[in-house]
Design a protein around this ligand. Structure first.
Ligand code: CP
Ligand code: NVA
Length: 307
């Protein structure tokens, strides 16, 4: 259970294939069972962006393990007045056992991880959202009883955190991944190359501007908002660019008949996904949201080396 003891999770690529499978196995056990940390531990949440699921699921996960949570609102701490991250990290390290951070710049996470001995978890950055992808993979596993060989299509903003972590996560899981997004919104080439290096030709990794080709016969249709947190001023201008990538019933007709629909949430109904698809029989979004709690419980237990 303590396979990740003392480590950080800043990127999906921080896990090996075996570690990913062990975490998902533990999450599945935790969904129907219970473990307690041997010693009282404290999780800190330092969130520079809004959050419902991540904040509450991490809190509930820690409580279920018998631990405690400190919600460190940046606006009432000295970080909002410019105290350097390197200093903040060394101080928080003395008070907490584990720290989850939601921030803009991935480099802030790396600085925290460099200066704090305790495990640091990426609870979303502009670059990646690994905790969400762990829950997504648990949901795919529950739906298809396997991950290997399943094809997932992410449709929408291919340049955002979800697209990047899904590329890496699917490559680790042995799943084929297609990213269907407008030409100016495709994933970072460095992430695509990293995913290909992880996959070793075991899986197909495709980036296409064609939404229909992307969705054709796929088994998992995944979407996310067209403008992420911090990009609110671009939301209006992006609508016409992304409209052809809306997950609606017409697009779903091209997917496999047994395909499931995932969305990390929060969703903008009528933009990236229609109400009918979100509420339809193929949607697994509520199970997906629930799995955040189980998989993060497994992650905390593993990073803390709980026996
Ligand atoms: N999916 C997700 O991370 O949701 P929150 O922004 O509500 O945490
Ligand atoms: N891409 C979205 C994900 C929210 C969970 C964002 O960063 O706002």
């Amino acid at each position: 259970m303590g396979a990740l003891k003392g480590r950080d999770l800043l990127s999906m690529a921080d896990l090996t294939v075996d570690e990913l499978h062990e975490l998902l196995q533990l999450a599945a056990q935790l969904k129907s069972g219970k473990i307690q940390l041997k010693r009282q531990k404290i999780l800190g949440l330092l969130f520079y962006k809004a959050s419902t699921r991540t904040r509450v699921s991490f809190t509930s996960a820690m409580y279920r393990l018998g631990g405690q949570v400190q919600d460190l609102n940046p606006s009432v701490t000295q970080v909002s007045r410019g105290e350097p991250i390197a200093d903040t990290a060394r101080v928080l390290d003395r008070y907490l056992d584990i720290l989850a951070i939601r921030t803009f710049d991935q480099r802030d996470l790396e600085t925290f991880a460099n200066y704090a001995e305790i495990p640091v978890i990426n609870a979303l950055s502009d670059l990646e959202h690994p905790c969400q992808v762990l829950a997504d993979l648990q949901t795919v596993q529950e739906s298809f009883n396997t991950l290997a060989g399943v094809t997932l299509t992410y449709i929408g903003d291919g340049s955002n955190n979800m697209a990047h972590s899904l590329l890496l996560g699917c490559a680790l899981a042995g799943m084929n991944i297609r990213i269907a997004s407008p030409v100016d919104y495709q994933p970072l080439e460095s992430i695509v190359q990293k995913a290909k290096a992880i996959a070793h030709d075991r899986v197909e990794i495709t980036v296409t501007p064609d939404p229909i080709a992307g969705v054709k016969s796929t088994q998992v249709v995944y979407t996310d908002v067209w403008a992420s947190m911090g990009q609110e001023n671009l939301a209006e201008s992006r609508i016409p660019i992304f409209q052809p990538y809306q997950v609606n019933e017409a697009l779903m007709a091209y997917a496999d008949k047994a395909a499931i629909v995932l969305h990390c949430l929060p969703a903008h109904r009528g933009e990236e996904i229609t109400d009918a698809v979100m509420e339809g029989s193929q949607s697994r979004v509520w199970d997906q949201a629930e799995n955040r709690m189980h998989v993060q419980q497994a992650l905390i237990a593993s990073l803390l080396g709980a026996e």
